[in-house]
Ligand binder design. Structure first.
Ligand SMILES: [Zn+2]
Ligand SMILES: [Zn+2]
Length: 307
């Protein structure tokens, strides 16, 4: 064989070898036209055999994707290990290292007694005669009747539950959302008809300050517990932070403070509305009003703690 032919064969072999491991995809404008609308199982890539995307490219991208995922998981694991060594996880109540809320503290939370609570508004000890949803109490939040069908809370608002809510919201301990949602899921009666989970969104300012929407996190965790989709249905135009206001100011502040998020519909849905703390009920009422005026079939509410 001539040396030139040998040389060309070697080049071809090398090229093939090289390309098997690192196939180079030609730029989009040089690739032949393919039928539109067909994608393969690699996100963003065209289907195999539809022209211009050989199987080896597909294999290459799949393998690269797997390695990227593995690298990301390993990085997250390493970062968590370092963080856990430097700043170990401590219980939000007793400060003992180990869990975000230790089992001893969790078992001693002031759980709201279901059988004594008001079936309508969820007030503790209101089963026989409720002082929280009678006409006199409703007049205080300028209402004739409650917009939601029922409300329940997992715990009574005490120093402990208040601290949990504060650590979660203000100190940014997002892992508490799982524990809180677990408590909330147990407070929901199994026969409640729920099509989707909505939440009371935090103000834009609060989200910017905290870096997350606490009720959204709770709703997402709760949706995993209940197996029901979580839908960000509500939007919150600019209002003042509720915690700094008195009862009358809250009502004034809350009037028309919720609206449906653009492009969202609650038409005919039976919704579960999620919030962290039930204080006067005015926030939940205003949010439920917004959902019902967008033709939601029914709204039920759940909160972690109740004042
Ligand atoms: Zn503890
Ligand atoms: Zn009641």
């Amino acid at each position: 064989m001539f040396p030139a032919a040998l040389f060309h064969r070697a080049l071809r072999w090398l090229g093939g070898h090289w390309n098997r491991h690192r196939p180079r995809v030609p730029p989009a404008e040089l690739r032949p036209a393919r039928p539109s609308g067909i994608t393969c199982w690699i996100p963003g890539k065209r289907m195999q055999g539809s022209g211009g995307y050989p199987a080896r490219f597909a294999r290459y991208h799949l393998r690269m994707g797997m390695w990227r995922d593995r690298a990301r998981k390993a990085g997250a694991f390493a970062a968590e290990a370092v963080a856990e060594t430097l700043w170990p996880t401590r219980c939000a109540l007793c400060d003992i290292p180990g869990a975000v809320l230790c089992s001893a503290c969790r078992s001693q939370l002031p759980y709201l007694d279901w059988w004594r609570a008001c079936p309508r508004c969820g007030s503790a000890y209101g089963f026989v005669q409720c002082t929280a949803c009678n006409p006199l109490a409703l007049a205080r939040i300028e209402r004739d009747e409650l917009p939601y069908a029922a409300c329940t809370s997992s715990t009574v608002f005490t120093d402990e539950t208040g601290r949990i809510a504060r650590v979660f919201k203000d100190q940014g301990e997002r892992r508490l959302a799982g524990v809180m949602a677990d408590c909330m899921a147990r407070a929901i009666a199994p026969d409640w008809p729920i099509d989707a989970i909505a939440f009371v969104p935090a103000t834009v300012r609060a989200v910017r300050h905290r870096g997350f929407d606490h009720a959204e996190l709770l709703a997402k965790e709760l949706s995993q517990h209940l197996g029901t989709p979580c839908m960000p249905l509500l939007d919150r135009p600019k209002t003042r932070d509720q915690r700094k206001l008195g009862s009358a100011e809250r009502i004034a502040n809350l009037r028309e403070s919720f609206r449906m998020a653009p492009g969202k519909s609650a038409d005919g849905l039976r919704l579960l509305l999620v919030d962290d703390v039930y204080t006067t009920g005015a926030t939940l009422c205003a949010a439920a009003d917004a959902l019902l005026s967008a033709s939601a079939a029914e709204v039920r509410c759940v909160t972690f703690a109740r004042v």
